[in-house]
Write a protein that binds this ligand. Structure first.
Ligand SMILES: *[C@@H]1O[C@H](CO)[C@@H](O)[C@H](O)[C@H]1NC(C)=O
Ligand SMILES: *[C@@H]1O[C@H](CO)[C@@H](O)[C@H](O)[C@H]1NC(C)=O
Ligand SMILES: *[C@@H]1O[C@H](CO)[C@@H](O)[C@H](O)[C@H]1NC(C)=O
Ligand SMILES: [Fe+2]
Length: 477
């Protein structure tokens, strides 16, 4: 009897604590920004490399399911030139060679350069590789590091960037990111914003490729597409969708048995990353729906405990910009995210930062009227990082009052860093640009959604409990 009362009292105290932390915060941080205009084309930040037909816009992405391959991509402008990559473990000594493909495209009156894609596979884990592309005096050399082998306790650090564009704010985001320990970027859509120009001027795709090369040539960016990649222009005779994006940015979709480069999955270190397309069919019975249903069944949380989803339009967003645009994809997929205990869902689209509590709205019923998001410990945390700094500027009007599901929100430019420490812990932070000091503006310890529910994990939690970690409290209820 006594035990029961004590338990009730304890529960009450804990609930108060939870209530205390569960009122969300809207940051009042205000700072002046660079203007939201694109960097001029003649700027040094867009300078093409020296040398005849030198490879430019170099970028790499993961090339297989498990992280032992990369796809190296680049553009040559004068002539196709070779599509081969020379690589090896020692600088300037390239004992291996891979052969790729070259293609080009037109978009209305724009003619692209020669776009090369080359799969480099059979790599060893945890290894630094040097690579060389191009020929003769114009060849260029870069390097990348492969991830550790798939392992539940493999530590790995991801950066998360969205809606980047090519303004000085974009550049600032990139430069801040490059100062971090990020090893791979999870990109949540809207790359160049070339579609803002007359006839979707592809020259702005090329300038963007040169702007980001400083990062993309040396570490993989895991791509997902946003609305600015659609480029559906029937008025210009351009009736396909995602044409420039699909020519320029490859994804290893076949390795995850996807039928489209727009949605796919990769596993890297201790993470299973699922990339979805907000602007491709996703309702019941469509290819994306069928693929996701199957992929989720095959996620192995014993080997890759961190289940992360990327999509462009956020499902939970309390900004006036793009408000409720994610409702249709939420209706299609949210129940699966809860069922499979997805850890984190990253989105962009809204040009601001926002993090949710673990909530779900899967009991929505059009007949009974149930329609409120509820605290749900099986639900993911939803994070919007559409604050890369593109020419459309910040989305600074949040709905007032802040809804219960919103934990923290701020309209500033920035990027996130997710450090997967081991199977149970990840340290997450959002960094706004130009703080002038190294203090992340949002900082959370995430406990893994799969390993948090087994007994060993519970014991760990007890020990941490005295520290009064917010996530501990929330993950109990
Ligand atoms: C691609 O390049 C070739 C060779 O320069 C050229 O003949 C062809 O017209 C180009 N195709 C497109 C679609 O631009
Ligand atoms: C939706 O609500 C109606 C009316 O309350 C109820 O009869 C029905 O079973 C509910 N459907 C689901 C799937 O919960
Ligand atoms: C997992 O990482 C966290 C954070 O670095 C650390 O506190 C914890 O002890 C680690 N757990 C194990 C089992 O190593
Ligand atoms: Fe967008």
């Amino acid at each position: 009897m006594m035990g029961w009362r004590l338990a009730l009292l304890l529960l009450h105290v804990l609930l108060c604590l939870v209530n205390g932390v569960s009122s969300g915060r809207t940051s009042s941080y205000v700072r002046t920004e660079y203007p939201s205009t694109d960097i001029p084309l003649e700027s040094e930040w867009f300078a093409a490399p020296n040398g005849y037909n030198a490879p430019q816009q170099v970028h790499i992405t993961q090339g297989d399911y498990n992280g032992k391959a990369v796809i190296v991509s680049w553009v040559t402008v004068a002539e196709p030139g070779p599509s081969e990559v020379f690589y090896g473990k020692n600088e300037h000594q390239y004992d291996q060679r891979a052969e790729g493909t070259v293609k080009n495209y037109t978009f209305y009156d724009y003619k692209s350069g020669y776009i090369h894609h080359c799969l480099v596979d059979g790599l060893e884990y945890n290894t630094k590789y040097y690579y060389k592309i191009g020929s003769g005096d114009s060849s260029r050399e870069f390097w990348f590091e492969t991830p550790p082998a798939i392992d539940p306790d493999a530590s790995y650090t991801f950066g998360i960037i969205g809606d980047l564009g090519q303004t000085f704010n974009s550049l600032s985001t990139l430069q801040h990111y490059e100062k971090s320990q990020g090893q791979t970027v999870l990109f949540v859509g809207d790359l160049s914003y070339a579609d803002r120009y007359q006839h979707n001027d592809g020259i702005r795709w090329d300038s963007w490729g040169r702007l980001v090369e400083h990062s993309t040539a040396y570490q993989p960016w895991i791509w997902s597409a946003g609305n600015h990649e659609i480029e559906y222009r029937p008025d210009l005779g351009e009736t396909s969708t995602f044409k420039p994006y699909l020519h320029r940015y490859q994804t290893p979709y076949l390795a995850s048995k996807s039928s489209s480069p727009m949605w796919y999955a990769v596993r890297r270190a201790s993470a299973h990353i699922i990339v979805l397309s907000s602007y491709s069919p996703f309702v019941k019975y469509t290819p994306q729906w069928t693929w996701l249903k199957n992929e989720l069944k095959h996620v192995d949380r014993e080997k890759t405990p961190w289940l992360i989803v990327l999509m462009h339009a956020p499902m939970y967003n309390s900004n006036e910009a793009h408000y409720m645009e994610g409702e249709s994809i939420r209706a299609a997929f949210e129940k699966w995210f809860v069922k499979y205990k997805v850890d984190l869902v990253f989105a962009g689209h809204v040009h601001a930062y926002e993090r949710s509590y673990r909530i779900s709205n899967i009991n929505y019923n059009i007949t009974s009227g149930n329609r409120y998001p509820m605290a749900d410990k099986s639900a993911p945390v939803y994070i919007t990082v559409g604050d890369g700094g593109n020419q459309e500027g910040l989305a600074s009007r949040f709905s007032d009052p802040q809804p219960d599901y919103s934990a923290f929100r701020e309209a500033s430019y920035g990027h996130s860093i997710l450090q997967l420490k081991n199977r149970t812990h990840a340290i997450y932070q959002w960094n706004r640009n130009d703080d002038g000091k190294n203090v992340p503006a949002d900082n959370v310890v995430f406990h893994n959604q799969y390993w948090a529910s087994n007994t060993r994990r519970r014991r760990l939690k007890k020990n941490h409990f005295r520290l009064g970690r917010i996530e501990d409290l929330i993950s109990i209820f």
